[in-house]
Design a binder for this molecule. Sequence first.
Ligand SMILES: Nc1ncnc2c1ncn2[C@@H]1O[C@H](COP(=O)(O)OP(=O)(O)OP(=O)(O)O)[C@@H](O)[C@H]1O
Ligand SMILES: [Mg+2]
Length: 254
Amino acid sequence: MKVLKIGGSILEKFLEDDNLHSVIEQFDGELSIVHGGGNYLDNHAENFNYTKKFVTSPEGIRSRYTDRNTLEIFTMVMNLINQKLVLNLKEHGIKAITVNGIISAKRKEKLVIMNEKNRKMIIDGGYTGKVEGVDPIPIKAVIDAGYIPVISPIAYGNGSYLNVDADRAAAYVAGALKADSLVFLTNVNGLYYQNNIIEKADTTYIRSILKDIGTGMDKKLMASIEALEMGVKQVIISNPFYDIYSGTVICNEL
Ligand SMILES: Nc1ncnc2c1ncn2[C@@H]1O[C@H](COP(=O)(O)OP(=O)(O)OP(=O)(O)O)[C@@H](O)[C@H]1O
Ligand SMILES: [Mg+2]
């Protein structure tokens, strides 16, 4: 069983060039898809009356800030992306279905951020959630019926739907399914460190270089560690427009 996370960074290229199916067909065995899409919202912000809002944590991690309005727009956009992916697969004879309502999360009540003066500040957490679990039963049911489940990074918790990090959502889906592989399909050919692609690494090494890794990849690495801790055997980070078989492989132990 493999879980593919389709990065927001390559989503539009997939949809525009109509080549998602050819990438999907390169993976054998049972598959689940989790998609991102923050970029889609940013690129079409004017269509949605949305202004980008980002915050930076004391650790230097940059994330979207989700107020109520952003949450609603984000949820609509994620549903739209999900339907576009399902349609795209169906058009090529691949059975795909939306699976929703399976991710539980806890709302972050407060966020510690760095303000413009580079001082720590505590703000309301907005509608961002930290993923706590994934119910594998509906996912397995649709896979057993021969479909590829397509899952958006929208979770449920604290009486609301919540915006969650798509990499972490994918990690939890892979963990809940006890997947062999979690594959992050993104717009870089793998993890770069000191100008080289890292071909293979264990989690100890990844932890040791994490502080030197930039925005986007940092979250992917943290999600990779979580997935491996949940029993996923390997994480692959690759660029489907380059070569899905090259890239970075991360395991608990080499
Ligand atoms: N050391 C690094 N190696 C590789 N990529 C890096 C590194 N540091 C930062 N990055 C950035 O991480 C990006 C990939 O993460 P990003 O979050 O932008 O894409 P995604 O996860 O595919 O999309 P989304 O978050 O919308 O789902 C790359 O485009 C690259 O610019
Ligand atoms: Mg990302």
